[in-house]
Design a protein around this ligand. Structure first.
Ligand code: AMP
Length: 214
């Protein structure tokens, strides 16, 4: 089975949840560039100060910076056997850079998670994350005030407010949709319907990954 996996899809498609499950199943790390950047902001690192404002308004961090972040992350030993990338690449430039970064490590499998746009805005508006550990609140946590993993308070992600969501969806359509077209023309690309329950989506996703590896 191919283990170099990219999950593509708009904000709210469920990439984070599915990447987490897929990475656990394949025993490779989930690499979420959004999480890496949020962590840098929370820790107040130099990277964090460079990206904070762009993230707050829902824009894209520069390709050069993102490519460097991913290059460093892929060099860590846990990524040697593969990875599930979530949130990268987001532009054609990043996709080309990724190809160079993984040259010699086996093929890249790209899975696109598709969800209708009204559903994305609804999900992002309703999404809660843990203010302490950052994990997305599981659907079974609906109605809970605390994170099931660490007990932290559940809050709305700063960039999930309606205005920033609108901007993020526009940025996806403008900058990331061309990347989807770029990958569609390549062989190891599969689409998964992301509109179902997390369990249904995961079943389709695991099947798509297995199929791509055959
Ligand atoms: P995410 O958690 O994937 O929705 O990412 C949150 C924010 O981090 C995005 O809205 C961007 O500001 C930034 N970001 C994450 N990944 C990338 C990327 N590959 N390229 C540019 N900006 C990114």
């Amino acid at each position: 089975m191919a283990l170099n996996i990219v999950l593509l899809g708009p904000p709210g498609a469920g990439k984070g949840t599915q990447a987490e499950r897929l990475a656990a199943r394949l025993n490779v790390p989930r690499i979420s560039t959004g999480d890496l950047l949020r962590e840098a902001v929370a820790l107040g690192t130099p990277l964090g100060s460079l990206v904070r404002a762009v993230m707050a308004r829902g824009g894209l961090v520069s390709d050069d910076l993102m490519i460097e972040v991913v290059r460093e992350r892929l060099e860590r030993p846990d990524a040697a056997a593969g990875f599930v990338l979530d949130g990268f690449p987001r532009t054609v430039t990043q996709a080309k850079a990724l190809e160079a970064l993984v040259a010699g490590r086996g093929p890249l499998t790209v899975i696109e998670i598709r969800v209708p746009e009204q559903e994305l805005a609804r999900r992002l508006g309703a999404r809660l994350v843990c203010g302490a550990c950052g994990v997305n609140a599981a659907p079974e946590a609906a109605g809970e005030a605390r994170c099931l993993r660490c007990g932290g308070e559940l809050v709305q992600r700063a960039d999930d407010n309606a205005e920033v969501v609108r901007e993020r969806l526009q940025v996806f359509a403008r900058d990331t949709q061309p990347l989807v077209e770029y990958y569609r023309s390549r062989s190891r690309h599969r689409e998964v319907n992301g509109a179902g329950t997390p369990d249904d989506v995961f079943a389709d996703l695991a099947e798509a990954v297995a199929e791509a590896g055959r």
